[in-house]
Design a protein around this ligand. Structure first.
Ligand code: SF4
Ligand code: SF4
Length: 89
């Protein structure tokens, strides 16, 4: 039981990088609905494709739940855990 608590604590202490591919994002805003810690906002500036894309404004709040990746209809989001050495896991 102690081991399970330790593993969960380590998971929730991890940091994540959140990427939005603006070549795919159509600005639908679904990711804002899925993300409980409000990592995303819609950019006030048009992208090269003429849409207002999502931007990961507060990636430090990401819990790594993965809901945005699953819910994005354009598959434009990637969430990657940082390893303790500073690289991507
Ligand atoms: S759900 Fe996907 S397509 Fe919609 S705004 Fe977010 S990143 Fe863009
Ligand atoms: S993985 Fe979860 S917490 Fe992180 S940006 Fe996506 S929805 Fe938000």
């Amino acid at each position: 039981m102690d081991t399970m608590v330790t593993e969960k604590t380590e998971k929730w202490n991890r940091r994540y990088r959140v990427h939005v591919d603006h070549r795919l994002c159509d600005g639908c805003g679904v990711c804002l609905c899925y993300c409980k810690p409000s990592v995303f906002r819609i950019s006030p500036e048009l992208s090269g494709r003429g849409i207002f894309p999502a931007v990961p404004e507060a990636p430090q709040s990401c819990t790594g739940c993965g809901l945005c990746e699953l819910g994005c209809p354009q598959l434009a989001i990637a969430v990657v855990a940082d390893d303790p050495e500073g690289g991507a896991a």
